[in-house]
Design a protein around this ligand. Structure first.
Ligand code: COA
Length: 209
């Protein structure tokens, strides 16, 4: 993999801007990360404003992926409404030896059903495969999370596994589903489509490798 890799400029798609978070994003994130329905299938409980502020204080410095465990927690905003966060995308390097990564997503339900997270995740997968040189990107889901499963399938990810009661999750044993996409799956059908707009990637001079 081509690490370290720094996201020094926002990633732009036809409708979206995907960027590092700042302290100014606290209220927008809190608006949806505090909702029980949004948090039903994510590892955390609804967050207070202070908890969101503490997270963002850490996430805002996580700009460079240099090795295992390094991550981005990125803000997604609509290009036509700059400065207003509609969702967040997680991306972490799981193994440098195996060139594997993990992706995750949370969208403000006010902006659901318009393909925004599909567009944002495709742009991030483009960076993962085309720029960083990742071999495999996985998403770990609760099998009850049908919108997230549908998103994986829209992205062309393969259902690889369904583990049964492998997790103590929010007071009960829960199942885990794994979807993944390989670099060789990342063909023309998976790349950002004309409707999504091609993700604009940072130029080589914009990033450290
Ligand atoms: C998972 C989650 C991000 C999916 O949100 P979503 O709105 O379904 O996803 P998208 O933004 O990609 O929108 C897709 C929807 O828009 C529609 N759509 C409209 N225009 C579209 C376009 N240009 N491209 C793709 N889809 C489009 C799709 O048909 C789909 O609707 P459908 O499910 O009714 O068929 C959201 O449900 C969520 O945040 N859940 C809570 C947090 C969570 O559980 N995260 C995952 C933890 S693993």
């Amino acid at each position: 993999m081509r690490l370290p890799y720094a996201l020094t400029t926002p990633l732009r798609t036809h409708r979206l801007v995907i960027r590092t978070m700042t302290a100014a994003d606290v209220d927008d994130l809190h608006a949806y990360q505090s909702l029980p329905a949004v948090c039903a299938y994510v590892p955390y409980e609804p967050r207070t404003r202070d908890e969101v502020a503490a997270k963002i204080a850490t996430w805002s410095h996580a700009t460079t992926l240099a090795g295992e465990g390094d991550y981005w927690q990125l803000a997604v905003e609509r290009a036509e409404d700059p400065g207003h966060v509609i969702g967040d995308l997680h991306f972490t390097i799981k193994s440098t030896a195996n060139a594997t990564a993990e992706i995750g997503w949370v969208l403000n339900p006010d902006h659901g059903g318009r393909g925004y997270m599909t567009e944002a995740a495709r742009a991030l997968l483009g960076i993962a495969f085309d720029e960083i040189g990742v071999h495999r990107v996985a998403a770990i889901l609760d099998p009850r999370n049908t919108p997230s499963i549908a998103l994986c399938e829209r992205l062309g990810m393969r259902r690889e596994a369904h583990f049964v009661e492998d997790l103590w999750f929010k007071g009960a044993w829960g199942d885990t589903m794994i979807y993944a996409l390989l670099e060789r799956d990342w063909g023309p059908s998976s790349r950002p489509r004309a409707a999504d707009g091609e993700a604009r990637r940072p130029s080589p001079s914009d990033r450290r490798r």
